[in-house]
Design a protein around this ligand. Structure first.
Ligand SMILES: NC(=O)c1ccc[n+]([C@@H]2O[C@H](COP(=O)([O-])OP(=O)(O)OC[C@H]3O[C@@H](n4cnc5c(N)ncnc54)[C@H](OP(=O)(O)O)[C@@H]3O)[C@@H](O)[C@H]2O)c1
Length: 244
């Protein structure tokens, strides 16, 4: 039987890179998609390919370009002819006041957080069905709890959450489609919405700390490998933040 394959978007750094390491450690071949982070992507792939030859391939693509979706699907088909896991992780995240929102902002935030994940699932659905695969969409607790000045991001993630439910019906029984809604996992790197990385924010979190990449990795692992009767579910990983 051939080796299982995971496709992870936005995977050169941070949460995506941690997921690449985890799937690789679990014996998967991995398609590591990135957009700008070529150096990180190449370093990570080289490190993992040194452990197991030809187990990670990198693919550069801006998911706002429609052709990117087909490029990813063709790469998986041509390289491994199978896909067991798709993690829609890539995401643009920044604040915009309503008065300042442009069509470019709409395209960037809705394109990366909703449109691209949808068409990537569509493009990989055939391969995912063949081996009873799983999709994990990385949502956000902001899909349910509006955050001021992040309307486009929140709207896109809310659509992503509904996509998770709707496509879990359409792709059953062969493919399970689940989501993870993180709270504060890592501070954003380009934080022009100053309140987001304010350490005081930790006080609003019952567990009083960031989740870290491990919190997402262990939930992905649970959904993929230990939750065979769960589909259409979105698990909050937020240290209890949304309970308050
Ligand atoms: N970090 C948190 O605390 C937190 C909280 C709630 C939800 N989340 C969600 O969890 C996921 C991972 O979070 P993160 O903080 O690790 O993400 P991140 O660093 O903000 O973004 C992940 C990657 O997305 C890629 N990306 C953005 N726009 C793209 C585009 N148009 N085309 C292709 N790739 C694009 C970037 O790739 P390049 O670097 O290669 O350009 C980036 O490295 C995201 O879906 C995020 O919304 C995170």
């Amino acid at each position: 039987m051939s080796v299982k394959v995971a496709v992870i978007t936005g995977a050169a750094r941070r949460v995506g890179a941690a997921l690449v390491r985890q799937f690789h450690q679990q014996g998967y071949n991995v398609l590591l998609h990135y957009r700008h982070s070529k150096t990180d992507a190449d370093q990570l792939a080289a490190e993992l390919n040194a452990l197991r030859a030809d187990s990670v391939i990198t693919l550069q693509a801006d998911l706002l370009q429609s052709s990117s979706i087909q490029d990813i699907a063709e790469c998986v088909e041509n390289t491994w002819q199978r896909c067991d896991v798709l993690v829609n992780n890539a995401s643009a995240f920044y604040p915009r006041k309503l008065a300042d929102c442009s069509e470019d902002d709409w395209n960037t935030l809705v394109g990366s957080n909703l449109k691209a994940p949808f068409f990537l699932i569509q493009a990989l659905a055939g391969l995912l069905k063949q081996h009873h695969g799983s999709v994990i969409n990385i949502v956000d607790i902001s899909a349910e709890r509006a955050r001021e000045f992040y309307s486009l991001y929140c709207m896109a993630k809310a659509g992503n959450a509904m996509m998770t439910q709707a496509l879990s019906l359409e792709l059953a029984p062969e493919v399970r489609v689940n989501g993870i809604a993180p709270g504060a996992i890592l501070w954003p790197e380009n934080d022009d919405g100053e309140e987001v990385s304010n350490p005081d924010r930790l006080q609003a979190i019952p567990l009083k700390r960031l989740g870290g990449t491990q919190s997402i990795c262990e939930t992905v692992d649970f959904l993929i490998h230990s939750a065979s009767y769960i589909t259409g579910e979105i698990i909050k990983v937020d240290g209890g933040q949304s309970v308050k």
